[in-house]
Design a protein. Structure first.
Lengths: 196, 453
């Protein structure tokens, strides 16, 4: 799921390596959890099917950007050389389609690339400089060598009695309640000392 | 086979990250030495530009009929060097070549800096560079618009698009690594600086999934640009009537030459870099070997192009074409440069038939240096030997460069060096997430299982 913000009482668990995280997420999904999101220092395409993201609209937007870029560049050339300032160069047609192909091609690529670039940050809502996961102790290693999974507290399947134990059984190094202040150990019986 | 390994060592991901980010936190004295030298080069560049603008374009050696000379040679040379970056990062990404992850960042940075340099030369060659905006289609009070039937506005469109897309691609690839740098930085100022550029990246599954889509889309868009940019540059020549320029082989011939010189520059940058920062575990001999193989392939294609353009000049039966290719270039006033160029570009890459030499850093470094010189001379041969003896012998004229021409060339190399040194000092030089991913895949392959399967 998209982690716009985590409701208070959500769970976050840290794993030591990617394979453990992948196995844990698959297992959680098999147990009926749906509000799951991962945090990892590298892409994990093997989880695409499990995390069930909506189909991205980005490719369609990029296509539109390309078409618009091409149309705009052809229009600029047409406006300049056919409408505003036609030049007779050796009797060649003023609307020189073959000559205009090259800037039109470049405009197409440029339009598509700009949409791909800015479109990505738009769909990801970046820059966003604060997110509740940043308050997790040790989360700074999620971009280095640690793998986190978060389970929404609003997930019908989740519960303070069961979820932390399940996560620990799946190999989590530690489990934290996601408003950052509280330790799930209070519910599950294991404190943060177990964390490395 | 052990010597085909793309990643050595088995330290943890944290140690790997730290070793790859090390150039950001500590500065070897060699860096300072090179930085001072390249700054001196940059000063020379700025001074030569100042001289050109203050005194006028007459301080350069070129004059009719050699109206294009050093400046355009330098332009084409730099643009060519700028091709390898996107070739390595976009082409090889689409072809799913896993080895690109260790070298693509350096190659992309090289592309951007080479394009910055390249753009300076046509700008200065305008003579009155402060009127550069006349190239843009805007409603001027003069009522004049650019003529898009000319190849020069095509060139502007191609180069600016290539620069923009390369920059976007580079930055998009950087964001997750900037987040790693943010989370590894010790000082608060550094954390803040990397944090701002990392945009608040947190590596969530959703972010990675969308990111991969956008990155592949950008790669797919950048790939045709690699082909198109130098093709369009070659059209500056090919659509002119001049013997030595007027040829249909030019677009592919220019693209091959461009990637060839770009790969040579990549090797010249990678070899000292991996040595200075001990990146041998990540940028292995297998990487150098593959780049050398690509260079060999490009060199052979280039040799074929040389042979074909000479053959076509003879086969065309055209008096002027035959004169340029069969007499003026090999025996004319610039014959020495022509033969040096042929030797460097055609013979040098053939040493890479040898597996031992493909893995020998001194051989690679020296050969790359030779190829870069050879490729500069190739552009000089195309431009100057065609212009200095065209159709009418009465207008023939010998061209000799002035000190300003040399100052601009040497100075642009200095600026390139300075930008590159700043890059390795402040930006993650290796794509961390890709290297870690590669390591996971290699480990899982070795363990006989794909992650979680």
């Amino acid at each position: 799921m998209r982690d716009r913000d985590w409701p208070a009482g959500s769970f976050a668990a840290e794993f030591a390596d990617a394979n453990a995280l992948v196995a844990a997420v698959r297992s959680l999904r098999a147990r009926g959890y749906s509000g799951i999101e991962t945090y990892s220092p590298m892409p994990l395409p093997e989880l695409d099917a499990t995390l069930r993201f909506r189909k991205s609209r980005l490719p369609a937007l990029v296509f539109v950007g390309g078409v618009a870029g091409g149309a705009i560049s052809y229009f600029i050339q047409w406006y300049a050389d056919v409408y505003a300032y036609p030049l007779n160069l050796g009797g060649r047609p003023v609307n020189a389609v073959t000559a205009f192909i090259i800037p039109t091609f470049e405009g197409t690529i440029l339009g598509a690339a700009l949409v791909a670039f800015f479109g990505l940050w738009f769909v990801l809502r970046l820059p966003t400089y604060w997110h509740s996961v940043f308050d997790l102790p040790g989360f700074e290693r999620a971009t280095v060598d640690r793998y986190w999974v978060a389970v929404s507290g609003e997930d019908a399947r989740a519960g303070a009695e069961v979820t932390p134990n399940e996560l620990r059984a799946l190999g989590a190094l530690r489990v934290v309640v996601l408003d950052g202040a509280e330790d799930a150990g209070a519910a599950g019986g294991v404190g943060l000392e177990g964390a490395r | 086979m052990n010597d085909r390994v793309l990643l050595h060592g088995n330290a943890g991901d944290a140690a790997l990250t730290d070793s790859l980010l090390a150039p950001l936190w500590r500065t070897p004295s060699l860096w300072w030495m090179l930085f001072v030298v390249s700054c001196a080069g940059t000063v020379l560049f700025v001074f030569s530009i100042y001289w050109t603008i203050a005194k006028g374009i007459g301080t350069w050696g070129n004059n009719i009929p050699v109206a294009w000379a050093f400046a355009i040679t330098d332009f084409v040379w730099w643009i060519g060097i700028g091709h390898a970056g996107t070739f390595i990062s976009a082409f090889l990404l689409l072809l799913n070549q896993k080895w690109r992850g260790s070298v693509n960042r350096v190659a992309e940075a090289m592309t951007i800096f080479a394009l910055v340099n390249a753009a300076m030369f046509p700008l200065l060659h305008l003579g009155r560079p402060w009127f550069f905006y006349w190239l843009a289609p805007y409603p001027a009070t003069m009522g004049v618009w650019p003529n898009f039937k000319s190849s020069l506005p095509w060139d502007v469109a191609a180069v600016t698009t290539y620069f923009t897309v390369s920059l976007l691609f580079w930055y998009m690839g950087l964001v997750p690594d900037l987040a790693s740098a943010r989370d590894r930085a010790v000082s608060r100022a550094r954390k803040l600086a990397y944090g701002i550029f990392a945009l608040g990246w947190r590596g969530s599954g959703y972010q990675w999934q969308r990111y991969r889509i956008a990155y592949v889309l950008l790669a797919a868009l950048a790939t045709p640009l690699v082909i198109s940019v130098h093709s369009v540059v070659s059209l500056d020549f090919a659509i002119a009537q001049l013997p030595g320029w007027h040829s249909t082989i030019f677009p592919p011939y220019f693209v091959v030459g461009a990637i060839y010189s770009g790969l040579a520059m990549v090797l010249m940058l990678l070899i000292p870099l991996r040595r200075a920062f001990h990146f041998e575990d990540v940028i292995t001999e297998a990487h150098l070997d593959r780049i050398a193989k690509l260079m060999l392939a490009m060199g052979l294609m280039l040799a074929y192009s040389y042979a074909m353009e000479t053959f076509m000049a003879w086969y065309s039966g055209d008096h002027f074409e035959r004169y340029t290719y069969l007499f003026s270039r090999p025996f004319g006033p610039y014959a020495v440069l022509y033969w040096i160029m042929t030797a460097l570009n055609v013979l040098t890459p053939n040493i890479f038939w040898s597996r031992r030499l493909r893995r020998s850093t001194p051989a690679l470094f020296i050969a790359s240096f030779g190829i870069l010189i050879g490729m500069w001379l190739e552009r000089f041969a195309i431009i100057v030997t065609s212009l200095n003896r065209d159709f009418l012998p009465s207008s023939w004229h010998f061209y000799a460069p002035s000190w300003v021409d040399f100052g601009l060339l040497a100075g642009s190399i200095g600026l390139f060096g300075m930008l590159f040194l700043l890059f390795i000092r402040y930006v993650p030089t290796v794509a961390l997430s890709e290297v870690k991913r590669l390591r996971l895949e290699l480990a899982n392959e070795a363990a006989g299982e794909v992650a979680g399967a």
